[in-house]
Design a protein around this ligand. Structure first.
Ligand SMILES: [Zn+2]
Length: 113
């Protein structure tokens, strides 16, 4: 499961930040998830709760901010909003090259000592 491995990576990242910055509890995690990243927010929430058990972010809220997809046509260089991977260019019908929306990024942690 894609979301579970991501959630476990996120836990490792949070644990690293916790020892680096000296906080013990995380109350809220803000995550940016691109629309083209193949990550389902609901599945991510579910895996997040599981993956954070026994760590600094156990019981933390997860806020997911969706980043809309944007693609560029390799033929006509037109930039078009993308709903999903492999959407074609509306002008030439060729598959768009995604330029935004595939990323998954930790935006912010709300923490206390
Ligand atoms: Zn085109």
């Amino acid at each position: 499961m894609h979301e579970l491995s991501l959630a476990l990576e996120l836990r490792t990242l949070i644990e690293q930040q916790a020892s680096q910055d000296g906080f013990r509890r995380v109350h809220r995690v803000r995550l940016a998830v691109g629309m083209l990243s193949c990550v389902e927010p609901e599945a991510m929430r579910f895996c997040f709760d599981d993956a954070m058990q026994g760590g600094p972010a156990e019981g933390a809220e997860l806020d997911i901010e969706r980043i809309p997809g944007l693609g560029r046509c390799t033929a006509c260089s037109r930039e078009v909003a993308m709903e999903q991977m492999h959407d074609p260019c509306p002008a030439c019908g060729l598959p768009l090259e995604p330029v935004r929306g595939r990323e998954i990024r930790l935006l912010e942690l709300e923490v206390s000592d």
